[in-house]
Ligand binder design. Structure first.
Ligand code: IPM
Ligand code: MN
Length: 373
């Protein structure tokens, strides 16, 4: 097949990790005889510097001309956030605006634990060994997109959280459909003991549940799942929630797999889809070739899945598991004995290309390792 992908590198480690996902896709293209055509466009700080906008018109038209988008990361250093309050354009507007413009209402964040990395979680291996959760996060409504008021004179600010049932319905159908293909359980996360919007979510989900009678539905408050997701994560299959709760719970869930750097995501809507690692820009690591490219590489695998290229998607996942099993990992996973971002990308691409035998003696790849040992 021929597929066009927009490459939006963004800020911080975005360009470095996305480059490794491109290598993996190129390798898949060679082996399965597909053409992946890439067009780069600006987003985030680079876009602000060039055009004044975090999501310029040119970038939108590049995206609309493609079958899918591979996204890096956008954002500033967290510690500088307050200083930047007065700055008009914020890099985060890049991702928020693109989700909104392309109506990417469902943000899918799979959380799967890896046997080789169980020891990395701050949680007991016995707790995390069978984790397989799909977080379905509503991504274009709610408090992120509600009216924002800054009343400088009275020193007050507000962010409105509002939902209507259509916005809830479209993402809920997606969540139920995934649940049907998985373990047939859906947990709606909300704060229905306090929030009106949460009560609307419950009511809407209850109604739609009648169309998916084979799926078991349960309801859980956000503060409760914040505990349960780390004490008994194996009980969750599909977790459906609104944008802010989904942001928080998906970062928390990264503890289950050992590193935020491993997590991929997909944002889907009615037409085009966007694929991005869950991690942010990791400014301290930018340009150092030490970031973990696996979140981005697995996001590319999700893109293949979305194209209906299932064999190809699982080939990428097998390559990633091979790397992890053989301790070909970046510094976030092993701070002493680690490989560089670009080296790991090359290794994974080489594995896909069949250039590396199934059982490998790590000594032979010693030269591609960091210089620390
Ligand atoms: C995420 C990020 C974004 C979000 C930020 C950068 C706006 O944290 O994708 O999880 O909150 O959606
Ligand atoms: Mn987040």
């Amino acid at each position: 097949v021929v597929k066009k992908l927009a490459i939006l590198n963004g800020d911080g480690i975005g360009p470095e990790v996305t480059a490794q996902a491109v290598k993996a896709l190129d390798a898949i293209g060679v082996i399965y005889n597909h053409s992946f055509l890439f067009s780069e466009a600006l987003i985030g700080n680079a876009a602000i510097a060039a055009t004044g906008s975090a999501f310029p018109k040119n970038t939108l038209s590049t995206c609309l001309d493609c079958d899918a988008i591979l996204f890096g990361a956008v954002g500033n250093n967290e510690e500088n956030e307050l200083q930047d309050v007065k700055v008009k354009a914020r890099p985060e507007q890049g991702i928020l605006a693109i989700r909104k413009a392309l109506k990417l209402f469902a943000n899918l964040r799979p959380i799967t634990s890896y046997r080789a990395l169980l020891h990395l979680s701050p949680l007991k291996a016995s707790v995390v060994e069978n984790v397989d959760i799909l977080i379905v996060r509503e991504a274009i409504s709610g408090i992120y997109f509600g009216e924002k008021i800054v009343a400088t004179a009275s020193n007050a600010a507000s962010d409105i959280c509002s939902y209507d049932s259509n916005q809830i319905e479209q993402v809920t159908h997606i969540a139920f459909k995934y649940a049907q293909q998985r373990r047939k359980k859906l947990t709606l996360v909300d704060k229905a003991n306090v929030l009106e919007t949460s009560r609307l979510w419950r009511q809407t989900v209850k109604k739609i549940a009648n169309e998916y009678k084979d799926v078991l539905v349960e309801y859980m408050f956000i503060d409760n799942i914040a505990v349960k997701i780390i004490t008994s994560p194996e009980q969750f299959d599909v977790v459906l929630t609104e944008s802010l709760f989904g942001d928080i719970i998906s970062s928390e869930a990264s503890l289950l797999v050992g590193s935020l750097g491993l997590l991929p995501s997909a944002s889907i809507g009615s037409q085009i889809a966007l694929f991005e690692p869950v991690h942010g820009t990791f400014p301290k690591a930018a340009g150092k070739d030490i970031a973990n490219p696996i979140g981005s590489i697995l996001s590319a695998a999700m893109a293949l899945e979305y194209f209906g290229l299932h064999k190809e998607a699982s080939h990428v996942k097998i390559a990633v598991e091979w790397a992890l099993d053989n301790s070909f990992v970046t510094r976030d996973i092993n701070s002493i004995n680690y490989y560089f971002t670009s080296t790991l990308g090359d290794l994974i691409a080489d594995f896909i290309l069949g250039k590396i035998p199934d059982s490998v003696n790590p000594e032979n790849i010693e030269l591609r390792k960091s210089t620390i040992i």
